[in-house]
Design a protein around this ligand. Structure first.
Ligand code: GLA
Length: 537
């Protein structure tokens, strides 16, 4: 009797200690999964990077849905209180998976995000949101009027952009500023250290934009860059929170940038297309929407005016890939430079397409207002030295901004020789900003000429002999086709020519009627040719 009583007491204890809590947990999980309906819009926030938006539908334990902005499918389960979502992606022709996993309890779901490949898992939070946040409505746009000229960048801006640097954080940016000074790049004109996407975090309760965990103190960072004698640039978008944009906070953000003592803003259209655009269904993704020219203008004018009103000189860099023929109105909305092309990448094809497509719009570049065929890829490793010399020569003939994007901390002597060629930089920075023109084109070769500032005694042009073909080629022009007139001795003055090779850094003899040279594959010969007039005394 005693023994059986002891057994039943033990049984009760076992039930109490182990089974009951288990049962409670099980029932709890069942109730939770029965009650939880994840149908609706969700936002995933990670410590660094823009939020991701999902539209989910739940049916029993099965979840289906999509990335709200791209329509890319995502699916998974909610089982025993655990949410597991899987999406496939294609990166550089490889297919992989991203798995989002976490326990559903309370309004904010802690998720771990794991992607196939080398990326480390990250932790994020998934919160409910609304259709209105995901697809914000248009804000009223200002009446179009000219934004006063801020008087900045009378010659094309020069500096460095962080887009290709991963990861970016306060220390990396400081190191780039150090390198800009220690390499001597700052002495030859490179001035701006520009942050691209990836610096911003969540707004505070007053709506003030802040740096993310990697940028704890933006003002301190700006102070550091200034202490090196350099200037600092920041990056935003007219899009919403979906791409860390300034939508609805334009004035406030401009004031914040001014308070941080920023000197430059790149304002990248990105997902503003989802607000102001109309779906046209064309690849690539950011170009699937189209807006009217007036909408682009209004959106950029809004920030142009906001920056101007801060009273701080801030270069305004418009980035919307040339849409709506931005070169025709960029200056009116306060733009100091405007992207004219799609994104460049570190390949000959991309650089060639961006650079050689600019010749028709040269007249829109003027002191203070520049066409921007995108950053320099020099030193990033995807092109030959000849191709990088073509890149530098072409950008200089175009009076394009010279914004390096290579890792300045490990810059090689060869790359320095290209980026820091002061004779080529002088062409880019010529104060007259006269447009380059093509004077001959034969097969894959062409000759481009840009007039430079002259005076009564000396008039010069920069001449680029380009070979876009895949065999070395002879390229030549008549000296008298360069717009410098002919060598004369007309009794009033005696005109003679002199020429200099800006990559070999040596004079070129001017003999005969023509100059002919052999240009390497994808290479360039860049000359400065001057007509020197000696007036009788
Ligand atoms: C766009 C811009 C690029 C770069 C990236 C950042 O594609 O055109 O220059 O700023 O966004 O994500």
């Amino acid at each position: 009797m005693e023994t059986s009583q002891r057994y039943s007491r033990q049984k009760v204890r076992i039930v109490k200690v182990f089974c009951l809590p288990l049962a409670v947990l099980l029932v709890g999980a069942l109730i939770l999964s029965a009650q939880t309906d994840l149908t609706g819009f969700w936002v995933l926030r990670v410590p660094v990077g823009s939020p991701t938006y999902f539209e989910l539908k739940q049916s029993g334990e099965t979840i289906t849905g999509s990335f709200a902005h791209t329509g890319r499918p995502i699916s998974g389960t909610l089982k025993g209180g655990t949410l597991r979502l899987v999406a496939t992606f294609t990166r550089q022709k490889e297919t992989g998976q991203t798995v989002y996993e976490g326990v559903v309890e309370g309004g904010v779901i802690a998720l771990s995000v794991r992607s196939s490949g080398p990326r480390k898992p990250v932790k994020g939070t998934l919160e409910r949101t609304t259709r209105e946040v995901v697809f914000p409505s248009r804000l009223p746009l200002p009446e179009l009027r000219d934004v006063p000229d801020n008087g900045l960048v009378r010659t094309p801006p020069m500096g460095w952009n962080s887009y290709h640097t991963r990861p970016i954080n306060d220390a990396t940016i400081r190191a780039m500023a150090d390198a800009m000074a220690s390499t001597g790049m700052s002495k030859v004109g490179y001035t701006y250290i520009n942050l691209d996407a990836g610096w911003s975090g969540r707004r505070d309760e007053k709506g003030n934009i802040r740096g993310n965990v990697n940028f704890p103190d933006m003002k301190a960072l700006a102070d550091y860059v200034h202490s090196k004698g350099l200037k600092i640039g920041i990056y935003s978008s007219p899009g919403s929170d979906a791409c860390s944009g300034s939508y609805g906070y334009e004035e406030q953000d401009a004031k914040t940038y001014a308070a941080w003592e920023m000197d430059y803003l790149k304002y990248d259209w990105l997902c503003a297309n989802r607000i102001y655009g109309v779906w046209v269904g064309r690849e690539p993704f950011e170009r699937r929407y189209k807006s009217t020219k007036e909408e682009y203008q209004g959106v950029y004018q809004k920030m142009g005016e906001a920056l101007f009103r801060t009273g701080r000189p801030i270069v305004f860099s418009i980035c919307q890939y040339g849409l709506g023929e931005v070169w025709k109105w960029g200056a009116n909305v306060g733009g100091n430079l405007w992207r004219t092309t799609d994104d460049i990448n570190d390949s000959w094809e991309s650089m060639e397409a961006n650079g050689f497509s600019q010749l028709e719009i040269g007249q829109y570049a003027q002191p203070g207002h520049w066409n921007d065929p995108d950053m320099l890829e020099i030193g990033n490793g995807g092109m030959t030295a000849d191709e990088y010399r073509t890149h530098m020569s072409l950008w200089s003939l175009l009076a394009a901004p010279l914004l390096a994007s290579n890792d300045l901390r490990s810059i090689t002597e060869e790359t320095k020789g290209i980026l820091m060629n002061t004779e080529v930089i002088a062409i880019d920075q010529d104060p007259d900003a006269k447009p380059v023109r093509r004077i001959t084109q034969e097969g894959k070769t062409e000759v481009l000429v840009r007039p430079l500032r002259g005076n009564d005694e000396e008039n010069s042009v920069a001449v680029g002999f380009f070979n876009r073909g895949d065999q070395p080629a002879e390229v030549g022009v008549r000296w008298d086709s360069l717009g410098l007139g002919t060598v004369t001795n007309n009794g009033l003055g005696q005109k003679s020519f002199k020429a200099r090779d800006l990559w070999k850094h040596q004079p070129v003899p001017v003999t005969g009627d023509r100059y002919t040279t052999t240009v390497s594959v994808h290479g360039v010969v860049l000359l400065k040719v001057s007509a020197v007039t000696r007036w009788p005394r």
